[in-house]
Design a protein around this ligand. Structure first.
Ligand SMILES: [Mn+2]
Length: 240
């Protein structure tokens, strides 16, 4: 049997003109028996459609902020650096993938926010500035391979089916977060302060966004590994 071919969206360092992917993402996918390939950043609809057809599954990786204009807000001073080239590739890609049920998606951190914005949700441009409530330290101070806050997992959600636990500990490296969840998405879990940490697309076999970084934890954390295992299994199933 052929290995499932996974398209991985890259980050972009514009100053140095480099595409970037955290190695943990590539290694985790290979360890689960998948063949990951780093995608080009293209805004050509025909090319994006061809990419959707050719790959068995997709990982949306972490990175900078999404242009707030794409979720109908003015950019505030608290918003971080944006990457229009990433936005104009990843948002159409996410919409095309949501419109069909046969291409599993795992979206990490910014990737989770991309899914939410692409499907009509919005974001806190900065948790510290905009979240009305006692927010946890979502920008943790310890190294990124360590967990810093719990996620209370929604029972029977896609996340629950992947990790088989009601409470898991995750790392946290984000200053933005999902505010209003897109209508098509359902929450799979939240931090104790109420920040939504994971969501899935209703009616899709595997379309999962997580606000943390399992690619930086799987070497020492079973639940982080379990997310990649479940994702690659879904890709194998879909490619059959
Ligand atoms: Mn967090």
């Amino acid at each position: 049997m052929k290995k499932p071919l996974i398209g991985v969206t890259p980050g972009l360092n514009e100053e140095e003109s480099r595409l970037l992917v955290h190695r943990g993402t590539i290694d985790a996918l290979r360890r689960e028996g998948a063949l990951p390939v780093i995608l080009p950043l293209t805004d050509d609809e025909g090319e994006i459609a061809e990419i959707v057809d050719r790959f068995d599954g997709f990982v949306f990786t972490g990175g900078g902020d999404i242009d707030p204009e794409l979720y109908r807000q003015n950019q505030l001073a608290c918003c971080g650096a944006i990457s229009p080239q990433r936005d104009s590739f990843e948002l159409p890609l996410a919409r095309m993938l949501a419109a069909r049920r046969d291409k599993p998606v795992l979206a990490i951190c910014r990737g989770f926010q991309v899914l939410n914005v692409a499907l009509g949700g919005d974001l806190y441009q900065d948790i510290g500035t905009q979240y009305h409530g006692e927010a946890l330290a979502h920008r943790q101070h310890q190294p990124d391979c360590y967990a810093s806050h719990p996620v209370i997992v929604t029972m029977s959600s896609l996340l629950d089916q992947a990790v088989h636990t009601q409470k898991l500990w995750v790392n946290s490296l984000h200053h933005q977060a999902v505010k209003r969840l897109a209508p098509a998405l359902e929450s799979c879990g939240a931090a104790p302060d109420g920040i939504i940490e994971a969501a899935s697309l209703t009616g899709h076999p595997f379309f999962l966004g997580v606000q943390w970084h399992p690619e930086r934890m799987w070497q020492r954390d079973d639940t982080a590994r379990a997310i990649f295992t479940a994702f690659v299994e879904a890709c194998e199933e879909a490619a059959r």
